[in-house]
Design a protein around this ligand. Sequence first.
Ligand SMILES: NC(=O)c1ccc[n+]([C@@H]2O[C@H](COP(=O)([O-])OP(=O)(O)OC[C@H]3O[C@@H](n4cnc5c(N)ncnc54)[C@H](O)[C@@H]3O)[C@@H](O)[C@H]2O)c1
Length: 435
Amino acid sequence: MGYMNKLLSKIKTHESNIAILGLGYVGLPLLLRFSEKRFPTFGFDIDEEKIQKLNAGETYINHIDANKIKVAINNGFKATSDFKKIKNVDAILICVPTPLGVHNEPDLTFIRSTLDSIKPYLRENQLLVLESTTYPGTTEEEIAPVIKEKGYEIGDNFFVGYSPEREDPGNINFNTKTIPKVVSGLTENCLELTKALYDQIVDQTVPVSSPKVAEMTKILENIHRAVNIGLVNELKMVADKMDIDIYEVINAAATKPFGFTPYYPGPGLGGHCIPIDPFYLTWKAKEVGMNTRFIELAGEINTAMPTYVMQKVSEALNNIGKAINGSRILVLGLAYKKNVDDLRESPSLELIDNLMSIGAKVEYCDPYFQTVPSTRKHQFKLTAKPLNSDTLKLADLVLLATDHDDFDYNLIQKEAKLIIDTRGRFKNSAKVIKA
Ligand SMILES: NC(=O)c1ccc[n+]([C@@H]2O[C@H](COP(=O)([O-])OP(=O)(O)OC[C@H]3O[C@@H](n4cnc5c(N)ncnc54)[C@H](O)[C@@H]3O)[C@@H](O)[C@H]2O)c1
């Protein structure tokens, strides 16, 4: 039996050993899904704390139940930072971060260092699939050369695919199994194996003709969101000047049964994907002499949102004879979106920073963060306040930045003196100002 058929049959009988590299928001749920389907699973990460927690059956992601990790351990799952063990696995799925550099350029350091760590231990007849979001061409330009340097023939005795992740943390309507998965490979054999692998764990795979197409598909999905959010953020400001409630408008438009998808404004983009991924294409497009004007315009509008919110805070306080300087401001929600414990790129942090830098006394409530974890840009020594009448009454102004469902909105409406609502969560009233 040829290499291809041996690996294919191991995949179909769930006997292939699966390695997930990068056990974060994407890698960990993927690993648990393979384990659920009784594949032998091995998790690789460079973060020793995560490895220790996983091997102790503990979770570090709020929406991932520790019991699922314990069940996976009982089924043989192990986490490790020992990349030598890569030689024992049949499929290697890479789910490491792909952030932006300081000049908004793609930062592939994590992908490259992962490849460096595993390169000595790669062996014939493995399938390597990149899951990280990236610009079109990455699989061909970054992964293929490493495999060729090892002397392997891609599609013959080593197989390479790309399959973008579509996780939506906190969304209870979809999970790894039910979200259709786009799959691709560098050759026909690579595609067949990649598709066969994901067919074991998801309800539907969507094969496309090349990794470039799959990479661009993922970027299109995120550009689509970024641009539409930019559009409603701009329209929110126009509507405000016309004394129109943009949420009422969007909800009315959303009753159209075709040709309209509702997107909602907010205090700025957050998370690992929407503020970042579109700029991967912007950078790559320059190589072919093209500009991505929609992406840049949406980026401009979306990054200006915290400034717009600041202006609304300033006006609201001014109307009651106060300044931001010296006022007590209670920020509700640190996470970049509701009901998650993820604050990457969260506009709440920028708002807190802006408010503090001009003298506001800032406090915050967020059931997901008792303290504010340090990020590359922000370090705050704050601890969460309980959301109760006393906390609300103490504040000159309450700024709703993230509309977690756990917040008691009736209590906030009743007790707050002034509310800046960046999420359209409150009914219009004298003390509510939409921003
Ligand atoms: N979070 C999401 O909702 C989401 C959705 C779709 C796609 N993505 C994409 O998936 C990728 C991963 O994102 P994430 O949110 O899971 O990131 P994350 O930061 O939560 O997890 C990444 C993990 O990779 C580990 N890591 C870093 N370098 C490593 C190395 N050399 N070897 C092994 N592990 C290493 C980190 O320690 C971390 O645990 C990114 O490309 C992201 O754009 C994320």
